[in-house]
Design a protein around this ligand. Structure first.
Ligand code: ZN
Length: 291
């Protein structure tokens, strides 16, 4: 595996290069991966943060041939570099919508595609981490540029209200249905993922298990706040991650509230307490037993 060094231009495949932005951190792992696709006419995926050194490195690697700047979503470690890179290159900026100071020239959605003599790229709408999240599929190579939908090494944070756990789970399941199957995932953070099927299944299994752990705390205690749940479910995880874990727990609770498993006085209030919806789940269980 080529090592992740900020600013280094790494060739991953013919017509496919990666430059790591110098923004490592708790959300970003080693930093944001910026990808360059093509040779004669280039598309850039995720220009990264508004960091002049990184933007100049990307522009230099593009050598005057960058035509399109695409973002997976509008979070601050992915999209703000678009404006500066567009200024340097004159490239067209594309993304799902205008938000968080990101203003695309063209709004694109699920099924949008870009065809050049060198590349054929399609957008796959994958809400969950962000409602405006797109993955990009290189059709002939079956390579998915996954942004923050799937990461390598770090955890995807689902932060309501824009983050949505039910949508996230559906969008994960959808990746498994893509035909022909994806061969490789190039994530927004971390190194190349060579076993996409195993990775997606691991993600789904992990989320389902977490959700049952969250439910168990609520069901056993009768009422629980986010901190109570995090201290049990994330007991084995370093405390510095607990503030982030609160968001994922909250996202699971909101999903389960929609499914009628738990309830709270105000699902939009992070300090609200959550209760199990006992009667309905017990009734369902006894019905299952009878049949
Ligand atoms: Zn990110």
């Amino acid at each position: 595996m080529p090592e992740l060094t900020p600013g280094a231009v790494v060739t991953l495949a013919p017509r496919l290069r990666r430059i790591l932005a110098p923004n490592p951190g708790i959300f970003t792992g080693p930093g944001t991966n910026t990808y360059l696709l093509g040779e004669d006419e280039l598309a850039v995926i995720d220009p990264g943060p508004d960091d002049p050194v990184h933007i100049e490195a990307v522009a230099a690697a593009g050598a005057g041939r960058i035509r399109w700047i695409l973002v997976t979503h509008t979070h601050p470690d992915h999209a703000p570099g678009a404006a500066g890179l567009a200024k340097l290159t004159g490239a067209e900026v594309l993304g799902f919508d205008a938000r968080d100071d990101f203003n695309p020239d063209t709004e694109i959605g699920d099924g949008w595609s870009l065809r050049t003599p060198e590349i054929h790229l399609s957008a796959v709408h994958t809400p969950g981490h962000a409602s405006n999240h797109l993955c990009y599929l290189l059709e002939s190579e079956r390579i998915l540029l996954s942004g923050d939908h799937i990461m390598s090494g770090s955890t995807v944070i689902i932060s309501p209200p824009d983050g949505d756990m039910a949508a996230y789970m559906q969008a994960l399941a959808r990746l498994e249905l893509i035909k022909p199957p994806i061969r490789t995932i190039l994530p927004g953070h971390g190194d190349v993922i060579d076993d996409p099927k195993a990775k997606v299944e691991e993600y789904i299994t992990h989320r389902r298990a977490r959700e049952e752990e969250v439910y168990a705390v609520v069901a056993e205690s009768g009422k629980a706040g986010l901190d109570d749940i995090v201290s049990v479910v994330y007991a084995g995880v370093a405390p510095e991650y607990h503030p982030l874990a609160r968001f994922s727990v909250w996202a699971h609770l909101r999903k389960m509230a929609d499914e009628g498993r738990v309830r709270s006085a105000d699902r939009d209030d992070m300090s609200a307490e959550w209760h199990p919806v006992r009667r309905r789940s017990q009734a369902r269980r006894s019905r299952t037993k009878q049949t």
